[in-house]
Design a protein around this ligand. Structure first.
Ligand code: ZN
Length: 256
């Protein structure tokens, strides 16, 4: 068990390194496979020994070995988040089919969050395959009906909210990427996840938005991506969904 957790964490670090490639290249519509890793500034190929997750960034002091341009702390951060979450997921779920689903979902959600934070986009190249993968996994685990309803309802609810928002305020509140991300979460976890994901992401997003606006100290319409909040709420539901549901049912006394 301990070996499996450690292995999952280490593979997570390596996958985190690949996730960084996806975050940089997918919004630029570049291949994530060819060419190999290279410095975005001097285009020097990055040797295998300089491409070790976390360690290389620390050893090189966060700079390119060839041109000394600073390498964003986003790289080690994403590697760390991926490694930690993959290790914790292995610890939480153990060797069951749900673990494979969880690892895939968390990879997609971390990559989408970081792309959204950097570019404000949630690429179709990730959300569409994500929806298909979620439906496939749900079919495999025997709850494809919930997943199909979840995917359609996820897209539909946000589409409806966006239409209402546009009619009331005259501006666009959410992007189509957010609709697709919620559809993906519905496909992975079933429609039962949607109320919590929408509620939790809105609450966290609103508080974070207020803080960001206060820090910015300007009346400007600072664009705050919504994807990361959806992603984190989705992660919470995937891990603690049944506990959250049990707590809520206890709170409202539906079963008493
Ligand atoms: Zn360089």
């Amino acid at each position: 068990m301990t070996a499996m957790i450690a292995l999952s964490g280490i593979i997570g670090l390596i996958v985190g390194s690949f996730a960084n490639v996806c975050v940089y290249r997918m919004p630029r519509r570049e291949s994530v496979i060819f060419p190999g890793s290279h410095c975005p500034a001097c285009h020097h190929a990055i040797a295998a020994c300089d491409n070790i997750p976390l360690l290389s960034w620390l050893i090189l002091g966060g700079k390119c070995r060839h041109c000394s341009i600073p390498i964003s702390w986003r790289y080690p951060l994403l590697e760390l988040l991926m490694g930690l979450s993959w290790g914790l997921l292995a610890w939480h779920f153990g060797a069951v089919p749900e673990l494979a689903v969880a690892l895939c979902l968390f990879f997609l959600l971390w990559v989408l969050s970081f792309i959204d934070l950097e570019t404000g986009l949630l690429p179709n190249a990730l959300t569409y395959p994500g929806i298909v993968l979620g439906l496939f996994f749900s079919w495999w685990l025997g709850h494809w009906q919930d997943a199909l309803i979840g995917a359609i309802a996820g897209y539909g609810i946000f589409w409806l909210i966006a239409r209402l928002f546009l009619r009331l305020t005259g501006r666009e509140g959410m992007g189509y990427g957010d609709f697709k991300l919620l559809a993906m979460l519905g496909a992975f976890m079933g429609w039962q996840a949607l109320p919590f994901v929408i509620f939790a992401s809105s609450v966290v997003g609103t508080f974070a938005g207020i803080i960001i606006l206060l820090l910015a100290r300007q009346g400007l319409r600072t664009e705050i991506p919504f994807g990361p909040y959806l992603a984190v709420a989705g992660m919470a539901w995937f891990v603690w969904g049944s506990e959250i549901l049990a707590w809520y049912i206890g709170l409202t006394g539906i079963n008493t």
